[in-house]
Design a protein around this ligand. Structure first.
Ligand code: FE2
Ligand code: FE2
Ligand code: FE2
Length: 167
């Protein structure tokens, strides 16, 4: 792909991805205000933005074979754990931004687990198999990720087991 087209698609991918997330967050806010139809519209349009983002991502050739896709995930999570979140957390600390200190710590803690899960998964996939994993539980407050049994309470933020979202 020509360089400028590639750069434009990367930018479009980032923009569509952000719109997707923004609309989902706004849908939750609308639902809390009992604006259920507005929430539904937000979620529908969020899905359309997901389609746009995915189309751009595919055209750039970023969706490869499974092992390569998992390596992309490992690299991303590894960067977040070893560079990005430690630095962002320090910067937030330095500037006295307690909310950002918390949100970056929450992410940091979960990304460590994600890197491990993706690394283990890549091994299994390279052996030509699918994963043998139980239910995956996600803390809706901090993103803490647990496989198998959900903890009584989240070890990172203390949220109760009942709140966890299961996959
Ligand atoms: Fe869009
Ligand atoms: Fe992650
Ligand atoms: Fe949590």
């Amino acid at each position: 792909m020509k360089r400028m087209t590639k750069e434009f698609l990367e930018t479009a991918f980032a923009g569509e991805s952000m719109a997707h997330m923004r609309y989902l967050a706004f849908a939750d806010q609308a639902e809390e205000k009992d604006l259920v139809n507005l929430a539904r519209m937000f979620r529908a349009i969020a899905f359309a933005e997901q389609v746009h983002a995915t189309n751009h991502y595919r055209e750039m050739g970023h969706i490869k074979d499974t092992a390569a896709n998992l390596q992309t995930c490992i690299d991303g999570e590894h960067f977040e754990v070893t560079e990005m979140y430690p630095v962002y957390n320090n910067a937030a600390e330095f500037q006295g931004e307690t909310g950002a200190v918390r949100s970056t710590r929450y992410a940091f803690e979960a990304e460590k687990i994600h890197e491990k899960m993706y690394t283990d998964a890549k091994q299994v996939v390279e052996d030509g198999k699918d994963l043998e994993i139980g239910t995956v539980h996600i803390c809706p407050i901090c993103g803490f990720t647990a496989e198998g049994d959900a903890p009584e309470s989240c070890p990172v933020c203390g949220a109760k087991r009942e709140m966890f979202k299961s996959f």
